[in-house]
Ligand binder design. Structure first.
Ligand code: ZN
Ligand code: ZN
Length: 303
């Protein structure tokens, strides 16, 4: 299974000359999921040669402008390019009002069905499910209702213990059922439990995206052991007071969450426009969690 993440924007609040507002593309086996859609997201996708007509599902964390102001432009572009395939949007219900109003005033008659899924940010819930992944919301502690998203690969098939199965002369046609977890009963009626016949498959890949939020440990159990955690680190630790007042995190906060959740890798982003050089944020985070990287627009990260 391939999990590839492209950061389209990692600036907080306002875009800068060098950084765009929040938006990311997660490519899971060539299915494209758009996470947030800040200003400039569609031009970033063109620049990075992302085939954005292949996006079917858009997840919006919250309704601060830096996370959704690029969405209307993208929705109209889909229409102008003649898209007829449906688009699903997962967001706080307020977004539907905003979209409906813009469509109504511009008298647009979108060529494609727009299907809206309301998110209740108060509880963590599975909001998307297909044959290869699930997406769960993560409650964030921000000034308005906000969620993070946890993308998890569906559990992989169990692996057959060849030496055991061959010795017992289990017919090959039974292998598929056994890999899916079935027990096996032989001709004499003897039952073999699945865990005698198989070992567990590789751990499913998971990606957690947590932005925007103040410091809270409430979601650590949900993101435990994630392969990659994108976490906002709007400020450095010397601006802790600003971070607390604005319900944002520092690089130390993000690294502390990564450490406590035992994730494999931390990517920090959602940088305040005050930072031109991001290396001090990285160095600060690394004092707590060594395997930290900076979100960098246009780079494709294999999770
Ligand atoms: Zn933001
Ligand atoms: Zn925000």
């Amino acid at each position: 299974m391939s999990f590839k993440l492209t950061i389209l924007g990692c600036s907080s609040a306002t875009p800068t000359l060098y950084r765009h507002s929040s938006a990311q593309i997660l490519n899971v086996n060539e299915r494209l999921f758009l996470i947030d859609c800040g200003e400039g997201a569609q031009t970033q996708m063109r620049k990075f040669k992302i085939k954005f007509q292949r996006i079917d599902n858009i997840f919006i964390s919250h309704l601060h402008g830096d996370h959704y102001l690029g969405l209307m432009g993208l929705l109209f572009t889909f229409h102008l390019l003649g898209r007829t395939k449906e688009i699903h949007i997962y967001s706080d219900p307020g977004l539907k009002k905003i979209i409906d109003m813009q469509i109504e005033i511009s008298k647009a008659n979108l060529l494609y069905p727009l299907i809206f899924h309301s998110i209740d940010s108060a509880k963590s819930k599975v909001i998307y499910n297909d044959d290869i992944i699930t997406v769960r919301t993560i409650h964030m502690d921000h000034r308005i209702p906000t969620v993070g998203f946890l993308f998890t690969e569906k559990p992989k098939e169990r692996k057959i213990r060849k030496e055991v199965i061959e010795k017992m002369q289990i017919p090959v046609k039974e292998y598929e059922k056994i890999k899916k977890g079935s027990d096996f009963t032989d001709a004499r009626g003897k039952l073999y439990k699945n865990d005698e016949l198989t070992i567990s498959g590789p751990k499913p890949v998971s990606y957690a995206c947590c932005s925007d939020t103040g410091y809270t440990e409430s979601y650590i159990p949900l993101i435990k052991g994630a392969d990659m955690l994108y976490h906002e680190a709007t400020f450095m630790q010397d601006k802790l007071k600003n971070a607390r007042e604005k319900f944002h995190c520092t690089s130390i906060d993000a690294a502390t969450i990564a450490l406590k959740a035992g994730v494999k890798q931390l990517m920090i982003g959602h940088y305040s426009a005050r930072y031109n050089d991001l290396n001090p944020l990285l160095e600060e985070a690394k004092t707590v969690f060594e395997n930290t990287i900076l979100a960098d627009e246009g780079v494709v990260y294999n999770i």
